[in-house]
Each structure stands twice: as structure tokens, then as C-alpha cells.
Design a protein around this ligand. Structure first.
Ligand code: JCQ
Length: 250
């Protein structure tokens, strides 16, 4: 997968060189290219922002540098690019809330381009213009505001890259975690490892009992119970076709 990131703070993306994502790059599973938006300014002060029309506090990112930067990115596609071009991902407080489903969708793309907004955001015409040329997804990590999109890019990139074959050693673990479609998006059950007793707290006996059907039943019950108490919105999405009577009794 090819990832292009356009930003004025490239150093924020350094963590992508570490650990699993760094290893994925070394293995050629990921090709991360960071582009400095200021390379696409031509005034002495390398200006990327200006005051908003209609007044209001703060500054907005000007459209021209973004147009030049994104055109330069699109002019250099990877060999395996989709005929529709990349998905342009714009982290933003006004975006669709990012979910594991979105991570799975983005992980299927050969090419993602991230636009990191700063200040109060990017002139609306940038997204408007690029919607006519590529698929654009404005994505929010949640109902809070960051100073820029870079931190969101780190989170989205990690969520997406770990789904790529070969990035995570044990692919089986991907299907057993919270929000995994294979588990109906439920929250994961509590998990335990040795010792069997710790500070007077014992591992639930069923887990050491060797009865795999009982273990699976316990895990499903706990996942349903946890989801019902902490994320009723997720439980509400549960496909009734995939529940048995006992599921609904929990
Ligand atoms: C593109 O316009 C803007 C404007 C303001 C901040 C940002 C950075 O993203 C976020 O704040 C965010 C992402 N998910 N949740 C919050 C982008």
C-alpha cells in the first residue's frame, strides 16, 4: 500500500518509522511518503493560511498550496493504483466517525492520500474540487478537536496498516478483537493469563476447565454483557440473524 501524507508538520509522522509500521515499510508492505505543504508556497513567508471570509476567529488554510501539493501527489501514482485513483482521507471534526469497518475498507485500497488540516481547517473548495477527481472521505476520530490532522493520521494509519497481510505476525488475532466484523463488532471479553490467582483474584474456572464449547459460550456471554453495558449503540447494530436465543437472553 502507498500512503501519501501532506502536512506542514512532517516530524509528527516520524512515529510511522517505528515498530510494526516501520517494519512494514522495511518489508515493502507500505510505502509512506510525507510531503511538506510549504514546498507548494511561493511567497517569501511560505504562507499557507489566511483570515476567513465572513470574519470569525482563527485562520484557514489557503486552497492554492493544497491544489498544487495534491496535484503533485496525484501526478505520481503507484503502479497498482485503482483506476478511480486514491482515496483522499481528510481527518476533520466534521467527518464520518472512523470505525473498524472504515479501517477494513481503507485497508483494501492500494493508495491512500492524507490531507492534514491545521488552524481552523482547509478552505472548503479543496475538498469540493477533489471530490470531482477522486474519492474523498472526511474522517473524525471522535467528537473532539485536535490542533491538526497529523495525530489522526497516525491513528488511522495504524488501524489500517495492521490489517494488511504480513504486518501483524498472528493474523488470527485480528478476528478475535473488539469491533472485529467476525465477532459482530462486539467488545472483546475479559482476558486472563498466568498466574491462576493474583492478589486474591482468580481466573474464571471455566477458562481453565478445558471445555472449549463452555469457554466459547462464556466468552460470547461476556462480550455481549460488556457491549450491552458500555456500548448499547454497538449492541443495537447486532444482526439478529447471527444471534441465538441465549445471546439475546444475556
Ligand atoms: C480539516 O480541518 C480541520 C480543522 C480542525 C482540526 C483538524 C484536525 O482534525 C481534528 O481535529 C479531528 C479529527 N478527528 N477528530 C478531530 C482538521
Amino acid at each position: 500500500m502507498r500512503l501519501d501524507v501532506v502536512t506542514i508538520f512532517g516530524e509528527y509522522l516520524q512515529p510511522l518509522q517505528l515498530s510494526l509500521i516501520g517494519k512494514a515499510q522495511a518489508q515493502g508492505l507500505l510505502d509512506v511518503r510525507v510531503r511538506d505543504l510549504r514546498e507548494h508556497t511561493h511567497d517569501r513567508h511560505r504562507t499557507v493560511d489566511d483570515t476567513p471570509y465572513g470574519g470569525g476567529a482563527g485562520l484557514l488554510m489557503k486552497p492554492e498550496p493544497w491544489g498544487e501539493a495534491l496535484d503533485a501527489v496525484l501526478a505520481d501514482p503507484p503502479e497498482d493504483a485503482d483506476p478511480r485513483g486514491p482515496v483522499l482521507v481528510v481527518p476533520s471534526p466534521v467527518g464520518e466517525v472512523f470505525t473498524q469497518r472504515a479501517a477494513v475498507e481503507l485497508a483494501a485500497e492500494p493508495w491512500l492520500v492524507f490531507a492534514c488540516g491545521r488552524y481552523e481547517g482547509i478552505d472548503a473548495r479543496v475538498v469540493e474540487h477533489y471530490r470531482t477527481r477522486v474519492r474523498v472521505r472526511e474522517v473524525s476520530l471522535g467528537d473532539y478537536v485536535l490542533n491538526g490532522g497529523e495525530v489522526a493520521v497516525l491513528a488511522i494509519t495504524e488501524a489500517v496498516a495492521r490489517l494488511l497481510p504480513g504486518v501483524i505476525g498472528n493474523a488470527a488475532s485480528l478476528t478475535e478483537e473488539s469491533h472485529a466484523p467476525e465477532h459482530d463488532g462486539l467488545l472483546e471479553h475479559p482476558a486472563y493469563t498466568k498466574p491462576a490467582s493474583w492478589r486474591g483474584l482468580d481466573v474464571p474456572a471455566v477458562l481453565a476447565g478445558g471445555n472449549h464449547a463452555a469457554v466459547e459460550r462464556w466468552r460470547r456471554d461476556e462480550a455481549l454483557r460488556r457491549t450491552a453495558t458500555r456500548r448499547p449503540d454497538v449492541l443495537a447494530r447486532l444482526d439478529p440473524e447471527r444471534c441465538d436465543a441465549r445471546d439475546l437472553a444475556v
